[in-house]
Structure formats: structure tokens, C-alpha cells
Design a protein around this ligand. Structure first.
Ligand SMILES: C[S@@+](CC[C@H](N)C(=O)[O-])C[C@H]1O[C@@H](n2cnc3c(N)ncnc32)[C@H](O)[C@@H]1O
Length: 330
């Protein structure tokens, strides 16, 4: 395997000397097994300027995702299949996908039409954001200890995108009903694929809605990973983000336009013992500064990520309008 990395490095070097791009590196003839391919792809990614942050945070995980997906190997088997030899078709496909990944900076999940979230595989394409929310950790834990009861209840997800959060919630809370909304009709098409894939159409209702407009009833849980990147940051983000729908990323000058609308209206859609779980990521301090009187709890996340606020309906209070100023959707 070290042997393969050397071959990759040699190949990359040759291309550079020829004035070629790293993306032009061709799989050396000696590299035939899954393990060797992972090493080679890893080295190629390391030699490029790709950005990791769309489901994986390092080159080796991404190389493994590519090779295992194309060769249809089982991730659960660990490195058991590292000795499996790739067919000529698989080698050609890995080469093509790697060239596009490096040359066009397309995030790997879009190339594979597959992303992993909360331990499950989801279909994804450029109509929806690539699943990567740290909310997965809270969902898998059934929102303990914050949720009053996990036995049965109702949840509203605002901005469902691929549907990954709604599906993961439905699987973690098997007796719950979920309404999952999005303003983007095309994102909802992706969500439909995932809801159907997991056979959850009886428990997850998909709804095209601009935040709470058109959403009726009250829920035990409102969960949202809304867009929260400040609009002015769009030019500074790595090229990979340019392949995602802007409506899924950007939300006004300080990134908090969507969060404000959610905080403003959530109380009107929560039961008395209900809970709002709202992700704002790097905008945490900005949200705290904007709403200094709003009691926000920020769970520690063992698996990384930050900026998920938990707020009880009680804390939002009947006077939420006084704590949170902004547009009212109702
Ligand atoms: C950050 S993405 C989250 C997608 C998915 N929930 C996830 O975690 O991967 C935000 C989503 O909110 C949707 N969205 C943006 N503005 C919205 C609005 N005003 N009303 C409803 N959904 C909205 C976007 O289309 C996008 O799918």
C-alpha cells in the first residue's frame, strides 16, 4: 500500500513537471485492489487543493467513500475487502470521478449521489444541501435529555433539504409523526426520494412552505438547520460550496434572517411542553448578542460541530415577541 502511494506521488510529480494538473494523474497499472486504490486516491486528494467539509473532513475517508461506492463494497466490513481487485470499468469510473472532484471541485457526495447522515445512507444531488449537520448526534440520542417524552409525538422540521433530518428523526422516534417543509420545490423532490427509500411516507408529510406560512397545528418538537451563512461570505467560501443551492446556505447580512423568523414564530407552533432545536453553527455568538434575554442552551457535542441551541416553549414564553423582534409569518 505504501508502494501505491509512492506510485501516486511519482505520477503526480511527472504531471507537474510536464506542466499538467494533478487532476490529470492516471491510476498506475500496479494499483488494482481496493486498499491500493484508497491509498492512491488519498494521495491525489492530498496533492490537490480540494476542500473537505461535505460529510468527510479528510482525504482518506473521502477516498474510501469513492472506492467503496464504485466497487460496491460494504463500509461495515472495515478493511476486510482491501484485497478485492477492481474491474476495468470500476477503475475507469474511479478515475473519471476523481478527475471531476479535483478539476471541478464538486463535493464527493454529489458525484456519488450518496451522503451519510446519522449512520444512514441518503440519496443526494445538487437540488439539496449535502447532509452534514451535527444535529445527527442529538437525533440518534432521541433528543435526550431535553425531550419531555420520546414515546409518541409530533415534530416539525423547517428546511428539510434532502430530508435527512426528518428521516433520521422518524427512525429515532418510531411512533412520531413529522411535517417536513422547504421553500425549495426541487429540494423537496430529493426529500421525497429519501422518505420513500426508508418507507416513511405514512409518517413524514413533505410540505412546500416559506417557514411557518401554511403550517398549521402545534408540535412537540420543532427542529431546524436553516441557512445561516452571512450573505457577504459567499465569495470567501471554498469552491465546493458553489455547487450547493444558495437558498440552503445564505440568510441575510448576519446569517440570522431565517433563525430570527423561526424564533419569532416557534412558540405559536409548539405545545406547552414543546422544544425548539435550532442550529446556527458559527453564528452562535451573533445569535446570543442579538437576543441577550433569550435563554439558550448549547448542548456539548461529542462528535464535533457547534452552535445548536435548545429552547423550551416555556422559555420562548408567551412574550416571545418581546424577546425576539423580527418578521411575523403568522
Ligand atoms: C442548511 S439547509 C438544511 C437542509 C437539511 N435540513 C440538512 O440539514 O441537510 C437549509 C434548508 O432550508 C431551506 N430554506 C431556506 N429558506 C427557507 C424558508 N424561508 N422556508 C423554508 N425552507 C427554507 C433551504 O431550501 C434548505 O433546504
Amino acid at each position: 500500500m505504501g508502494h501505491s502511494i509512492l506510485h501516486c506521488a511519482a505520477s503526480v510529480q511527472r504531471n507537474e513537471l510536464d506542466g499538467g494538473d494533478v487532476a490529470d494523474s492516471k491510476i498506475p497499472a500496479e494499483v488494482k485492489t481496493a486498499g491500493a486504490l484508497i491509498n492512491w486516491v488519498t494521495a491525489c486528494l492530498d496533492s490537490s487543493d480540494v476542500f473537505f467539509g461535505h460529510g468527510t473532513d479528510n482525504s482518506r475517508d473521502e477516498a474510501g467513500a469513492l472506492v467503496y461506492h464504485v466497487m460496491q463494497l460494504d463500509h461495515c466490513a472495515g478493511n476486510r475487502d482491501y484485497g478485492v481487485r477492481a474491474s476495468p470499468q470500476a477503475l475507469a469510473e474511479i478515475q473519471t470521478l476523481l478527475d471531476t472532484r479535483i478539476g471541478k471541485r464538486v463535493p464527493m457526495p454529489y458525484l456519488l449521489n450518496e451522503a451519510w447522515f446519522a449512520g444512514r445512507s441518503f440519496y443526494v444531488d445538487q437540488r439539496a444541501l449535502i447532509p452534514r449537520s451535527p444535529l445527527a448526534e442529538l437525533i440518534v440520542a432521541g433528543f435526550t435529555p431535553w425531550l419531555a417524552s420520546a414515546d409518541d409525538g409530533s415534530a416539525l422540521e423547517l428546511g428539510t433539504g434532502s430530508g435527512c433530518i426528518a428521516v433520521a428523526c422518524a427512525l429515532a422516534l418510531p411512533h412520531w409523526k413529522i411535517v417536513a417543509t422547504d421553500i425549495s420545490e426541487t429540494a423537496l423532490e430529493v426529500a421525497r426520494i429519501n422518505v420513500d427509500r426508508y418507507g416513511l411516507s405514512a409518517r413524514i408529510q413533505l410540505l412546500k412552505a416559506d417557514m411557518f406560512a401554511g403550517v398549521s397545528g402545534r408540535f412537540d418538537l420543532i427542529v431546524s438547520n436553516p441557512p445561516y451563512v452571512p450573505a457577504a461570505e459567499s465569495d470567501d467560501l471554498p469552491a465546493e460550496y458553489g455547487h450547493e443551492p444558495p437558498v440552503a446556505l445564505y440568510s441575510g447580512p448576519d446569517g440570522l434572517d431565517s433563525a430570527r423568523r423561526i424564533l419569532q414564530n416557534a412558540r405559536n407552533h409548539l405545545n406547552d411542553k414543546g422544544l425548539l432545536v435550532l442550529e446556527v453553527g458559527e453564528q452562535r455568538e451573533c445569535l446570543e448578542a442579538a437576543f441577550p434575554r433569550l435563554p439558550l442552551t448549547w448542548p456539548e457535542l461529542d462528535r464535533g460541530g457547534r452552535g445548536i441551541a435548545v429552547i423550551t416553549a416555556e422559555d420562548l414564553g408567551p412574550s416571545a415577541g418581546a424577546l425576539v423582534t423580527g418578521v411575523n409569518d403568522d
